[in-house]
Structure formats: C-alpha cells, structure tokens
Ligand binder design. Structure first.
Ligand SMILES: NC(=O)C1=CN([C@@H]2O[C@H](COP(=O)(O)OP(=O)(O)OC[C@H]3O[C@@H](n4cnc5c(N)ncnc54)[C@H](O)[C@@H]3O)[C@@H](O)[C@H]2O)C=CC1
Ligand SMILES: O=C(CO)COP(=O)(O)O
Length: 326
C-alpha cells in the first residue's frame, strides 16, 4: 500500500453529514483537514460551535479541521479532494474546480441529465477521478464506529493513494478498478431502500423487506451489467453491503422517505438530501425510453410522482407474470 503523508493537505468539499464525517475521519490521521461549506453562514456556525447541528449533531469537529466557504482557498496547494455535495450540485462544483485536481466523488446519485458523476467529471476534463461508496452512514463513521468502504478508479495509483489516506484503525478501505459498478451500486441501492421503507411504512413485515432487498439486488445486478459493470461488484460493499445498510438502518433518509410516502406524508429528509427519489425518476424515464425492466425502480418513481398509491405499486409488483427466479 502507498504511504500516506500525514502532512499532506486533506480537503473535503461539502459540509453536509457525509462531508463532516469524512473530515472528522481524516483529522484522526492528518495534521490539517480543510472542510468547505458552500454557505458562509454554515461555515461561520461550524467555526463557532464545532458542531454541525443541522447535518451531524452528535459529532464534534476537532481543532485541526479548518472550515472555510472560500473554494479557491480550500483547494489551494491540494493535489486531490473529496467532493461531497449532493449529486444535483456536483456539476456546479466540478465546473468551479481546476481539472488538474484529483476528484474523489462521494455522492450517490446521478447528474441532472442522468449521467454518472464520474462521466460528468471526465467530460469536464478531470484526469484523476475516483468514486467512494460503501455501507457508510455518516452518523456512525463520524463517531468512529467500525466500517468498510471502497474507492474505485481507473487510475490504480490514485485509488491506492486515497485508500492510504482514508484508512484508520476503524475504517477499512478497499480499492477497485470497477468505477461503473461501485458508482452505480450506491446510486441504485437508495431506490431499493425507498421501496423497503414503503414496505415498512405499510407494515408488510420482515419477509416483505427481505424479498424487496433480494429482488432489488437482482434488479441492481441487471442494471449494472447493462451499463458495463463487472459481474461481482454488486455483491460487494458498494452493492449488497450498502443495500443492506440503507434498507434496514434507522439512519437512512431514503428508507425513511419510503416510510413517509406510505403514511401519505411528504418524503422530505428534514432538509437533508434524499437521492433515491431523484434517481428513481431519472432511471424510470430511462427504462421507459429504452424498454428495460426495472420494476422496483419504476414502482418507487410512480409512488413518488403520485401516479400510484403505495398499495397499487405493491399490487403491480405482486401481480407481475409468474416466472423462474433469475
Ligand atoms: N449521509 C450519509 O451517511 C452519506 C451520504 N452520502 C452521499 O453524499 C452526498 C451528500 O450527502 P450528505 O452529506 O449526507 O447530505 P446532507 O443533506 O447532510 O448535506 C448536504 C450539504 O450539501 C449542501 N448543498 C446542497 N446543495 C448543494 C449544491 N448544489 N452545491 C453545494 N452544496 C450543496 C447543503 O447545504 C449541505 O451542506 C449524497 O449524494 C449522499 O447520498 C454517501 C455516503 C454516506
Ligand atoms: O449512503 C448512505 C450510507 O452508506 C446514506 O444513505 P441515506 O442517504 O439513505 O441516509
């Protein structure tokens, strides 16, 4: 493994829950971490209180996390950075950065036109692009609870560098060359987690949740294969691992959004980003246009869009044609 220089400048762009947890993690092993918040009001509040009360209230920011809302100052002198804004904001952020900067993309969603975020970054001229994904709820990583994750890049050296800097005794980081598989696992599992939340909200029971997770995994595997992912990636941390975490966790905003929809409430994440709803809409439109079958994704999109009630979506899934498992 590469040696990680503890004096190298670590930069986290995006001060929501996940950006904050990553900054706290990196601060364990580096002299200084810079955390960029888009809004000066949030940056000032973080500098003052050292607690991100809106996004990660149970975690304190150590003194070696420097907080700024000045993007140029944040990346000055840095070789690469973690980009941790919601996927809708990734295009604006990338466009404001020099493409020589290595980009570790940490969002689990698609760009507004439906592209993968790594495609977006590459299209904007970024040469060193990695994606970070795995079962990593910010609430737990921020507290230093043990977890594992994956960093994928076509540039193996870049992936190993990020791995070396992000590893701590409680965060095990694996590398992968399968950018498409690792990236899309994190994107799709959010939608399946909304479906699991819908089932929980309707009080369908443990068998139903396990069935949604398993058939959802199959749907993920089919979609990932259609996009060129390696076959086994979906069964790793960024696929099955993250799916189980998100579809069963009390921390998951996507699962909670499904529960809210089942109650007939608005599926808001309390001001926090819920990527699965947007992803369901984008992928459902893609499935309609391409003739692909993504029944769980399409069911979630129909419920979120108000075209079907949760009960009607459930009936539609249960009454699909009888067939062999596969
Ligand atoms: N929260 C978690 O446990 C994890 C989240 N992720 C992913 O990381 C991404 C960010 O999620 P969180 O940090 O949880 O979000 P969050 O909802 O906690 O915070 C979002 C942050 O981004 C800012 N923001 C919103 N729109 C923006 C834009 N257009 N440009 C720049 N900043 C903007 C908000 O002001 C806020 O500071 C999402 O794609 C999420 O799926 C990935 C792994 C774990
Ligand atoms: O991706 C996550 C954990 O790995 C976070 O999921 P939620 O956005 O559903 O909270």
């Amino acid at each position: 493994m590469n040696e990680a220089d503890p004096l190298q400048k670590m930069v986290v762009l995006g001060a929501g829950g996940w950006g904050t947890a990553l900054a706290v993690t990196l601060a364990q092993t580096h002299a200084e971490v810079t955390l960029w918040a888009r809004r000066e009001a949030l940056a000032a509040q973080l500098r003052e209180s050292r607690i991100n009360s809106a996004y990660l209230p149970d975690v304190s920011l150590p003194a070696n996390v420097r907080i700024t809302s000045d993007l140029s100052a944040a990346v000055e002198g840095a070789d690469w950075a973690f980009l941790v804004v919601p996927s809708v904001g990734m295009s604006d952020l990338l466009s404001a950065l020099p493409p020589q900067l290595g980009a570790v993309l940490c969002a689990k969603g698609l760009a507004p036109a439906g592209q993968r975020l790594s495609e977006l970054a590459t299209g904007l001229g970024f040469g060193r692009v990695a994606v970070l994904s795995g079962p990593n709820h910010a609430e737990e990583i921020g507290l230093g609870l043990p977890a594992a994750t994956v960093v994928a890049s076509k540039d193996a050296e870049f992936a190993r560098t990020v791995q070396a800097h992000l590893m701590t005794p409680n965060l095990r980081v694996y590398t992968s060359s399968d950018v498409v598989g690792v990236e899309l696992g994190g994107v799709l599992k959010n939608v399946v987690a909304v479906a699991a939340g819908l089932g929980d909200g309707l009080k369908l029971g443990d068998n139903a949740r396990a069935s949604v997770i398993t058939r959802g995994l199959r749907e993920m595997a089919r979609y990932l294969a259609s996009q060129g992912a390696q076959e086994d990636t979906v069964y790793g941390l960024s696929g099955l691992g993250d799916l189980v975490a998100t579809a069963t966790s009390r921390h998951s905003r996507n699962r909670a959004a499904g529960e809210a929809l089942a109650r007939g409430a608005a599926p808001e994440g309390g001001g926090k980003v819920v990527e699965g709803l947007r992803t369901a809409r984008l992928l459902s439109a893609w499935a309609r246009e391409s003739g692909a079958e993504l029944p769980i994704v399409q069911g979630v999109a129909a419920v979120a869009g108000g075209q079907l009630s949760p009960q009607e979506a459930l009936s539609a899934l249960m009454q699909r044609e009888a067939k062999a498992e596969g």
